[in-house]
Each structure stands twice: as C-alpha cells, then as structure tokens.
Design a protein around this ligand. Sequence first.
Ligand code: MTE
Length: 331
Amino acid sequence: MLIRNDRDGFLLPASSEITPQHIYQGRRELIRLMATGVAGAAMASLALRDARAQAARPGKLAALAGTRSAVAGAVVIDKLTDYKDASTYNNFYEFGTDKADPARNAHSLKTTPWTVEVEGLVKKPARYTLEDLLKLSPQEERIYRLRCVEGWSMVIPWVGYSMAELIRKVEPLGSAKYVEFITQADPKTMPFVGSRVLEWPYVEGLRLDEAMHPLTLLAFGMYGEVLPNQNGAPVRLVVPWKYGFKSGKSLVKIRFTDTEPRTAWNKAAAQEYGFYSNVNPNVDHPRWSQATERRIGEDGLFAKKRKTLMFNGYEAQVGQLYAGMDLKKFY
Ligand code: MTE
C-alpha cells in the first residue's frame, strides 16, 4: 500500500484502454437512443446489460454461479473491471508488495483442505470446512464498487453471501462488540510472510453491527468462478463502503471480542490507517487527498479522475451505522 509503481504514475498504458468491440457497439447504440430521446430507462438497461455481458465467467477456474442478490445496493450499474485487471493488479502482501506480485506468486497458496475457525464471544464456536461454509447459505452475485486507499477503484462481480448468515449460526453473546478476521500466514506457501513490511498474520476487524450489515460479504468467487488465489482464495471478506484493505483475504479465523481489534495496517501506521477506514472524500490520508479516484481500466493519459463518493456510494445503506460520529476522529 505504501509502494507506488509505474501504473500509479500513469506512465504505462493499460491493455484495457482498448475498448472491447461489444462495449463500443453498446455505446453507439446508446448515442443513437439519446438522439431519439428515449435514453433514460434505456441507459440503465444498457449499462446493466454491459455489466452482465462482462460478468460471464472467464473459463479459467471452477464455476461458482450465484443468483442475483436481493440485498439493496448489491448491484452497481457501472462497467465491470476486466477480469484480467481485477486478477493481476492488487495487494496481497503475503506474496510481495508489487501490484503484480500476487498474480505472479500466489500459485503456491494451498487452498485444500481449508478450515475456518469461529471462536471467542459466541454461544456456538465452530470449525467449518470450506465445504461446510459453501453449503451454509445460497451463493449470490453482488456487483460492488471497491475503492482502494491508494486512490484506485474497481467494479467486481463477487459471489458469496452476507457475513450475517454465518454470524447468526454461531450466536454472538451480548458482550460481543467486534469481529476480528485473521488470515492465513504460512511461510511455506506464502513467500513474504516473515518479511518486516507488516506483522503477520494479516488481521482485520469490524464492529459487530458492520459485520452484520447485509452488504458485508463472505466471498468465495468472482466473475462466476471460484476466487483466484491472488484475490483471496478460497474465502475472503468484502466490505464495499470501506477502503479495500479492510477486506481480509484467505480467512482462517473469525473471532468475536469485546475490544476493538488491532488491525495489520493500524499496527504498521496508526496515524494513517484507522480502525474504521470508511471511504470518505472529506477526510484526507495524511499524505494525499481522498477526494478523487482512478478507475482501473480508465487509466489512459486523458482519462478524468472520478469523484470519490461518501461511503463509496453506499451512504443510503450504511450511513446510519455512523450517525453522530466524528468521522475525522474515527477515520
Ligand atoms: N488480505 C491479506 N491477507 N493480505 C493483504 O496484504 N491486502 C489488502 C486487502 N486484503 C491484503 C489483504 C489490501 S491493501 C487491498 S487494497 C485489498 O486486499 C486488495 O485486494 P483486491 O483488489 O483483490 O480486493
């Protein structure tokens, strides 16, 4: 996260700058409709069709389809980020600190067998195999906008179900106020575990009500397939109104606590990465503004930056969770 590379500096053109033909044709159709004055509803349905067309599985990994989610805010009507960008440009420091390292190195991650332990302040602690987790609730597809603290964003069709489904099964005690998410840290299969860049394992945390929010997703797949290793296989968290680093990858333990967990980035640089880390264009990172973002796939020399939206555009769904809080203090 502290590291910049060529693409952050707009030095390299991305392959995704070349508009695929079906999208180009979709835009022409839209322009024609606008000219004939029937653009309103057509615009939404075309955009959705564009998004769906690209959500077809890329055919690399095992299929994992989800039904369309009924959760409010689960579908962002934006062009999807290309699978190639979403799976080759990201952070997973257990495999290196360059954006290309996870895709290059994560083949060594061993995802079977996999278990997730649920412990702490719950009535029913449990040890779930991945298979148990997959059966716990029906898989849904959710198209979420994700915004990284470094200033880039993507739109990804995830497959999974609300974290709340799992939380309800284990019955948190009245004293449980927070949930800690602990991720895999195996130096044998993760070459950068042991490096001093972060404290291992990578840990994230949410308040219990944030973890229970229907938008908080326990994800097993993306683009209709199981997660590629570099995106957090076999199971990860996705919290779309928070900066990307709140979404812990390759989860092995979920612990319910009565105290606020110390998270990996908070331990590394507390003045820069707070516990909440809600996307907020009005609160700058101490070293850069958070007011705008660069959408991956739109990063040509002349591409305009987008305005970052409060809570990443999910204010209507999650704003109430923070009513009355000073978001400058609780950043
Ligand atoms: N999870 C683990 N275990 N290790 C990491 O280094 N990086 C975080 C988050 N989850 C990270 C992690 C950061 S900084 C980001 S921006 C997101 O994963 C990016 O991953 P994605 O683009 O695949 O969602």
